[in-house]
Design a protein around this ligand. Structure first.
Ligand SMILES: [Zn+2]
Length: 341
């Protein structure tokens, strides 16, 4: 923390009332908070009033250490203030009904949510699409990388093709900031096919093996069989994890590909079995599965799946194959298939 310079005559980012007098750089020196003395004290004691938390999270994102969800609930009320007599002093954060009256306030509201859903996107779409785009682009240019993920999600779900040029320009920043998953959703919704997927695959090619393993999940947003081709050339020869199968299940997978992968043996046979298991809805499955609700294409008879499970067991009677094949076999009637059989 340091004192603000003489040229810091703008308003405190938290209360937006007093003048800036302190720069708090405790949790991110590259993107410090510019606040008044009273707000700096409350910030350090995790005791901001809800409106102050809201205003700061709107500028810097809520995933910052001093603002994160261990210390504040989604409406900005402190949950473990390090001070006696904490009070919101009725300085509440705006509700969505209040925020939607103004575009900047509505974007503030969106970037302070722990997750975004239909009500926020519907509210944003009541504005002309170029207006939110200007607001999103302005904030991305001004804010730190932590804000970019939420802005890309807004572009994907409330803006669409009008944001194409802005989305293209964010790719390398998203890659550097570990936000390729969010960028891919925006690319899939805002860029024409196959440009978005091509740009994503080119970006993944710049990552080392470990980073690639984490970032590849973004490809699910494209729902494209081209991702299956990419899996065939990039799945690791050993220690292939279940998320490869989940990615395949979300990428327009059909039974013919499952058959080819089981015949090909490891690692693709394991990816195929994990993909089959992923088509069985179950509690604890990633929320994106419930949202995208993928179904296996090209199944005319569920007995064909059972035949492939027999083949997988015969080719590779390992504990992992037996366990997954038995699981799918035991839930054969629940495997989501496109024809609705
Ligand atoms: Zn203040």
């Amino acid at each position: 923390m340091r004192a603000a310079g003489m040229n810091e005559d703008a308003q405190c980012e938290a209360c937006r009332n007093a003048a800036i007098s302190v720069i708090v750089d405790d949790d991110d020196p590259a993107d410090p908070y510019r606040v008044c003395e009273a707000c700096a004290a409350r910030l350090r004691h995790r005791a901001l009033r809800p409106l102050e938390w809201f205003n700061l999270a709107a500028v810097h994102g809520w995933t910052r250490y001093l603002l994160h969800d261990d210390f504040y609930d989604q409406d900005g009320e402190a949950t473990q203030p390090d001070t006696d007599g904490y009070s919101t002093d009725r300085l509440l954060a705006p509700t969505i009904s209040e925020a939607r009256a103004s575009l900047p306030r509505m974007v503030d509201f969106c970037v302070t949510r722990w997750w975004l859903d239909a009500p926020e996107f519907v509210a944003l779409r009541t504005f002309a699409p170029t207006d939110p785009l200007g607001e999103v682009a302005r904030r991305a240019a001004r804010g730190g990388d932590r804000l970019l993920g939420a802005l890309l999600t807004i572009a994907a779900n409330a803006l669409g093709p009008v944001a194409a040029e802005w989305v293209r320009a964010q790719r390398d920043r998203a890659l550097g900031g570990g936000l390729l998953f969010d960028w891919c959703e925006a690319a899939a919704r805002c860029l024409p096919a196959p440009e978005g997927l091509d740009l994503a695959i080119e970006a993944l090619g710049r990552l080392d093996t470990r980073a690639l393993a984490q970032a590849k999940g973004g490809l699910l947003w494209f729902r494209s069989a081209c991702v299956l081709d990419w899996i065939e050339t990039h799945a690791p020869g050993s220690n292939v994890t279940e998320d490869w199968g989940r990615l395949a299940a979300l990428s327009d997978l059909d039974l013919a590909r499952i058959r080819a992968w089981i015949a090909a043996g490891r690692p693709l046979s394991l990816v195929a079995l994990d993909a089959l298991a992923a088509f069985v809805p179950r509690a604890g499955q990633a929320p994106v599965f419930r949202r995208l609700d993928p179904a296996l294409r090209g199944v005319e008879d569920r007995g064909d799946i059972e035949d492939l499970l027999h083949l997988a067991r015969a080719n590779d009677p390992s504990p992992r194959v037996m366990r997954i094949a038995d699981y799918v076999s035991g839930h054969l009637g629940q495997v989501r298939i496109e024809s609705g059989l």
